[in-house]
Design a protein around this ligand. Structure first.
Ligand code: ADP
Ligand code: MG
Ligand code: MG
Length: 207
């Protein structure tokens, strides 16, 4: 991971979120307040603009800027959760280029940030259900010495599997938890956007 890849990643997330905006909002209309797509579209559009104006010396500078912009541009739960995660990721990457293992450690710091703020655990039907397996998959590949692109691909696959796994779960955090048993049978919007974020990383790293 280097500065150009970090910037390209944020741009690729913005494109993916724009393309899937209506789907994310539809998912959130079933078990939330129908704003997840517009929240993320607003946040990442602002982050991509902020990052393209930046002249960064480190990967961390790109990701911290992304995080602070998400926090200020998104009103909902996902703003501070994703914003805090990108900030934590950036704080762990105070370097112009990071090896896969270092990036795995940064992803873990992002996960810790989401869990500290939101207190969700795996199985609560949140973004954690996609994020946690993605971090584990990335780390496992990195430990085996696989390259960055292959690790990112494994992380994206794991995030998508985790995302699909949220459908039968009952929500225990966030707005969806107000529905109780009626939240069962719907895919979690935040787990879906987390899968987009990791797929964007894999696609960017593959080029
Ligand atoms: P809001 O619910 O405030 O409208 P969004 O619609 O943007 O915010 O985001 C909803 C998503 O945020 C949920 O689908 C879920 O994945 C995630 N989420 C909500 N609360 C938590 C939490 N406490 N921990 C982790 N993720 C959460
Ligand atoms: Mg919402
Ligand atoms: Mg909302």
């Amino acid at each position: 991971m280097d500065i150009d890849l970090a910037r390209a990643w944020v741009q690729a997330i913005t494109v993916a979120v724009g393309q899937h905006k209506d789907h994310l909002t539809q998912l959130d209309s079933a078990i939330g307040d129908a704003d997840h797509g517009t929240n993320l579209d607003r946040g990442f559009t602002a982050a991509a603009a902020a990052v393209s104006d930046l002249n960064p010396d480190t990967v961390g500078a790109v990701l911290i800027k992304t995080g602070t912009t998400l926090i200020s541009a998104i009103g909902g739960a996902s703003g501070p959760l994703y914003g805090g995660a990108f900030r934590a990721l950036g704080q762990a990457l105070d370097t112009p280029a990071a090896e896969p293992l270092a990036f795995a450690g940064a992803l873990a710091a992002g996960l810790e940030s989401i869990q500290k703020l939101g207190t969700a655990v795996p199985g609560d039907k949140t973004m954690i259900d996609a994020y946690a397996p993605a971090v584990a998959a990335f780390e496992e590949q990195a430990r085996q010495g696989t390259g960055f692109a292959a690790a990112a691909e494994a992380a994206a696959d794991a995030a998508e599997e985790g995302m699909r796994g949220t459908t039968p779960l009952q929500a225990r955090k966030g707005r969806a938890s107000y529905l109780g048993a009626r939240s069962v049978g719907h895919q979690d919007p935040g787990a879906t956007s987390t899968a987009l974020i990791f797929r964007a990383l894999a696609d960017t790293a593959a080029h």
